[in-house]
Design a protein around this ligand. Sequence first.
Ligand code: FAD
Length: 405
Amino acid sequence: MLSYNDSEKATELAERANDLMEEVVLPKEREMAGGMAVSDGTLEELREAARDYGVYAPQIDEEYGGMGYDFRDVLPTFEEAGRSLLGAAAMRVDAPDEGNMHLLELHGSELQKEEYLEPLVAGDIVSGFSMTEPMQGGGSDPKMLKTTAEKDGDEWVINGHKWWTTKGIQADILLVFARTDQEAHPYEGCSVFIVPADADGVEIERNIPHLGSETHGIGHAEIKYNNVRVPEEHLLGQEGMGFAHVQERLGPARLTHCMRYSGMAERALDIATAYMSEREAFGSKLAEKQVPRHEVAEHRTRLAAARALIRQAADSISAGNEARLEVSMAKVFTANVTQEAVDTSLQFCGGNGIAKDLPIADFYESVRQFRLVDGADEVHKRVISREAFSDVKSEELEPVTRFDG
Ligand SMILES: Cc1cc2nc3c(=O)[nH]c(=O)nc-3n(C[C@H](O)[C@H](O)[C@H](O)COP(=O)(O)OP(=O)(O)OC[C@H]3O[C@@H](n4cnc5c(N)ncnc54)[C@H](O)[C@@H]3O)c2cc1C
């Protein structure tokens, strides 16, 4: 068993999370095998259990209904949560609400915290984060943002077209990223707004059909914002500081994704090694054959390296740094390592790997997106290489931006 430099407090929390996973979440997942869409009442039941085990919303301040653990101390618990696709939602550490709650906690007004953060933490409402836009709009290069918000009296009027807004269909509120100043530098003229999903002009076009859609029950919506009016109190944080605020959301959110996916990969390997320890072929157990043994050793090592990178980046963020380089390295490495580990685990389970009797097929469908969301591999490599070639002038390197992905 590897040990990491997690604090006693962090380890105790993760042990309780492990109890919840083993005793409640994994049995429920097995009960639902092959039909992962969360049925009515299941989520509430799991969240009630998470509260009983003392692991509900550990990352949020107690004042708003959480447990007040700092970012570094929730890390191993987020890894535990990732061991099942139900774990994060049970502990209320699920995307995109987790990142949205973080943003509201950092920059929300007292009124916004009362009206939106507290019910989000309680699980009474759902949120979406609407940033990415279709072709010619903001994607990997967010400077291409087309959505606008214009001031009209004491209201903001939002116009734009977004897609890939996770949970957009279920959401009660949408955090919408829009340009508020056409004259300002692209990184200084944008802002974030809290838009009630039932506001006039919010038009949900569709849930985008995608890999894994039937499995997770979570949709990604295409949404049009047509002359959507929100009162000025719905500006989240400071006007014109949207990129800086969003960066504060995305840095930690990228890492929390890394934590959850590394937990998923670890469980996939556990399942594969258990299968290989029982299954015989050609006169011996699969677990006795050198090729699969070496492959598992390789994935375990890479996963341990990913976890070390995640911890290094989380330490840096906890120390108050932006940690862009550390986050990019952790993100791109973990996304690839977890995808490969899940793929190999599926392979070594034979046909069972494809069957939904085991959770690995669901993991396989889920993990592929991680190399795209929160900044594609290439975008993070751009950040890393900018540092590596800091003395070289190149179009690719200028300007040095405060935001990627
Ligand atoms: C499942 C899922 C959930 C998502 N959830 C959300 C959400 O809740 N809210 C939200 O706002 N967005 C969300 N997204 C959108 C996601 O953040 C974007 O898909 C991602 O940032 C990439 O943007 P894009 O799709 O526009 O790709 P593009 O910008 O069109 O890029 C396409 C590809 O080009 C390559 N590329 C890009 N830049 C470079 C470069 N400099 N050098 C070399 N190659 C490059 C990369 O391989 C990239 O994948 C989600 C996406 C998915 C798939």
